[in-house]
Design a binder for this molecule. Sequence first.
Ligand SMILES: Cc1cc2nc3c(=O)[nH]c(=O)nc-3n(C[C@H](O)[C@H](O)[C@H](O)COP(=O)(O)OP(=O)(O)OC[C@H]3O[C@@H](n4cnc5c(N)ncnc54)[C@H](O)[C@@H]3O)c2cc1C
Length: 400
Amino acid sequence: MKILVSGASVAGPSVALWLGRAGHDVTVVEIAPALRQGGYAVDFRGDVFTTVLDRMRVLDDLRALQTGGNAMRFVDESGRKLMRLPAEFAGGELEVLRADLSRVLYEHSRAQAAYRFGDSIAWLREHPGGVEVRFESGVEETYDLVIGADGMHSVVRRLAWPADQVVERHLEYYVAGWEVPNTLGISGDTLMYNVPGKLASVGADRRDPALAQTLFVFKSPRLQYNRRDLDEQKAILQEQFGGLGWHVPELLEALPAATELYFDSISRVRVERWSTERIVLLGDAGYGATFGALGTGTAVVGAYVLAGELAQARGDFRTAFARYEATLRKAVSTTQDGSRAGSFLAPATRFGIAARNRILDIPFFLNQMLKMAQNMSELIELPAYSIDTASGQQGELVEE
Ligand SMILES: Cc1cc2nc3c(=O)[nH]c(=O)nc-3n(C[C@H](O)[C@H](O)[C@H](O)COP(=O)(O)OP(=O)(O)OC[C@H]3O[C@@H](n4cnc5c(N)ncnc54)[C@H](O)[C@@H]3O)c2cc1C
């Protein structure tokens, strides 16, 4: 089939890899002019993820790039330690930078899929014979299937789903990250500084000791801004964090020069049905929660199940889409409910900050929390498609 994938971050290249290997004619369109850099580390927790990454034959590359995870040291204005969370708290079993993950997936899929950067779907219309698409560049094409893997603010979802079937809930927080020169000499623990409703943090960049990565979180009602306007997003961060102490002024100083900025609301998307006739949503576009709800692992598993079901159904995409949703929906809803990253990282009150620090400083409670860390492996039984295991040939999708 001729398949268009919108979005080239994690979900898009993952599904392109599988579909390309299966012999489909795959194009991935990405709005950014090149593969997006930036973002913090993302982690995989549980066998289900490593099994899929292994079947994709990307696990070794990712292991070579893993950050090893960093402990999080919460400090006060003078840098004194208030509480420390060990590396396994945030790092999971395999932690890599989001940009590294995206690049590895891209590199493993680009031999089998055409990538088109700097373009976007502007209009689409579904009919019994296919999906007609017009791109912003003016190019027009008809595809058998379209996959929306274009994130939280998916254009595919906006164009193809009735508004009353989509619930996008802003979870009261925003998250941002950008690269800074490592003037603070960070090499070990990620430093975390809170004031009520805000977190400013900075961690080492394992690949380059001269660089560090920030992660800022702040509580705010939904903001109106242009998602394509980096300057506007930088101005929001300056306004939110300007005047704060600790190392915040230094971290903000690097902001004007940042060419990549990750800035998003922490939101949860629920779509009544993940597919229409020939259009299907994958990853954050269909069931995202931005941050703190295993979104990356879910996108990778989602791509595997979607491609596996398409292979299994031998062209009957309606059956494949229904089975893909039935396999994942429950697990995804459960992990989405865990999306409380904002209030955990940046409690709204002084009392909330002190209570979190005090409780997690007690080994018993910390261990309880580690045990509770979400593990999708317990929520989903990975179907046995045996899609392209190590013995499979490149260019074919093997079914059990
Ligand atoms: C730059 C960046 C940094 C991130 N940093 C972190 C992080 O530090 N921690 C974390 O937990 N999560 C982070 N995320 C989110 C994380 O990648 C996702 O939650 C998860 O991996 C699911 O991935 P996804 O591919 O479904 O969606 P996303 O990763 O959001 O990717 C969507 C892709 O679609 C593209 N796109 C958007 N609109 C269009 C359009 N109209 N046409 C074509 N393409 C479009 C985007 O540019 C992006 O490449 C980041 C995402 C991005 C894009």
